[in-house]
Design a protein around this ligand. Structure first.
Ligand code: ADP
Length: 369
């Protein structure tokens, strides 16, 4: 078993582009760490550097207690599962899974035991004689995972392994990989651009943007306390609503204020907010904290006026796309009870629950704490 440590890692491609820019990250032994961010943020490059498939430009990578900067991929005791499965089309499922072990000269009986055990874990024991083309996408992905499992590596690396599957299969494989992690108790590093995969699978999530780590924490801590407006917008669907305005005293009360909104700030925000008097600020509030039942039941909730532009019933709840008429932007989404009676064009008074709302610095975009 092994943790993985990245220390001051950079990857500079030809032309001086920093794909990965001075990142530090410690992945604990047996942890499930998800690297998440938009396309081009450097997450695959980071994973490939851990695998040894990409040279690092500077910094140190340690797996277990061993610095692996100059260790070839085959000697790193890692196994990687790729988005495109990378199976040998002319070999059977059994042979695909056994191939790496044969190369490493494992005894035949040991190979057979490992392949059958992995096949059983993944529910593909009836397909061992088939070729990949006779399998569904989900089954192929299981073979690719099986090929990684048989090696019993110290660390599993997953590079967007579910991107080629349909939505239903993605959800199923997501839970299967989580179960696998519980069962194998091995360190797993998982790259995805999908924030739902990140939230649901990771023990911790590392959010990246432009080659730089924005925040590393547990899914709920990131959701509840995003380090900056990028993380606030990236993690959570629909994203957090962000309003720009100013902090000022109105009738002796400390408020967030813009052309359409005056929100009296909770007393505990005062020490932070007072440093921003008459300065521009960003106010962030999640869709579930606008007009939800919890907000409606809060006797102290303050309200905003907003006109409904689009109604999206999701079944369990309804998303309202609202024109909150701030800065002329139609810029607000609320998650309300599915049975709330609403009509497009109607202007509503929507209570806000401020428990989980935040202020961000408008220049640095950082969370004010
Ligand atoms: P992600 O996996 O987050 O989508 P990547 O790690 O693949 O991002 O890429 C990070 C950045 O590095 C991107 O801007 C990409 O264009 C650039 N990049 C990736 N591979 C190469 C390469 N071989 N040569 C030059 N630039 C590259």
């Amino acid at each position: 078993m092994a943790g993985v440590t990245l220390k001051d890692i950079c990857k500079v491609y030809d032309g001086g582009v920093y794909a990965v820019n001075h990142i530090d990250l410690e992945i604990k032994d047996r942890e499930f760490m998800v690297l998440v961010g938009p396309s081009g943020c450097g997450k695959s490059t980071t994973l490939r550097m851990i695998a040894g498939l990409e040279e690092i430009s500077s910094g140190t990578i340690t797996i277990g207690s061993k610095v692996v900067n100059n260790v070839p991929p085959k000697d790193r005791d890692i196994a990687m599962v790729f988005q495109n499965y990378a199976l040998y089309p002319h070999k059977t499922v059994y042979e695909n899974m056994a191939f790496g072990l044969r190369l490493r000269k494992f005894p035949k009986a040991d190979i057979d035991k490992r392949v059958r055990s992995a096949a059983e874990i993944l529910g593909i024991e009836n397909f061992l004689d088939r070729k990949p083309k006779a399998l569904s996408g989900g089954q192929r992905q299981r073979v690719a995972v099986g090929r990684a499992i048989v090696r019993k590596p110290e660390v599993f690396l997953f590079d967007e392994p579910l991107s080629n599957l349909d939505a239903k299969m993605r959800v199923q494989m997501r839970t299967e990989i989580s179960k696998l992690h519980t069962r194998l108790e091995t360190t797993m590093i998982y790259v995805t651009h999908d924030q739902i995969e990140a939230m649901t699978m990771g023990d911790r999530i590392c959010v990246m943007k432009d080659g730089v780590i924005q925040q590393v924490d547990t899914p709920l801590n990131i959701y509840d306390r995003p380090a900056n407006t990028f993380v606030a917008g990236f993690i959570g669907t629909p994203p957090m609503n962000i309003f720009s305005g100013i902090i000022r005293y109105i009738d002796g009360k400390l408020c967030f204020n813009n052309s359409n909104m005056t929100i009296q700030l909770p007393e505990i925000w005062k020490p932070v907010a007072e440093k921003y008097i008459e300065k521009p600020i960003l106010f962030g509030i999640r869709p579930e904290d606008i007009g939800s039942e919890r907000a409606e039941n809060d006797p102290n909730a303050q309200s905003i006026q907003a006109r409904i532009e689009v109604i999206e019933p999701m079944g369990a709840e309804t998303y309202l796309y609202l024109d909150a008429r701030t800065d002329n932007k139609a810029s607000c989404i609320a998650r309300v009870n599915a049975h709330k009676q609403v009509k497009v064009g109607e202007t509503l008074s929507l209570p806000l629950l401020l428990d989980n709302a935040h202020l961000f610095d408008q220049t640095t975009t950082m969370l004010l704490t």
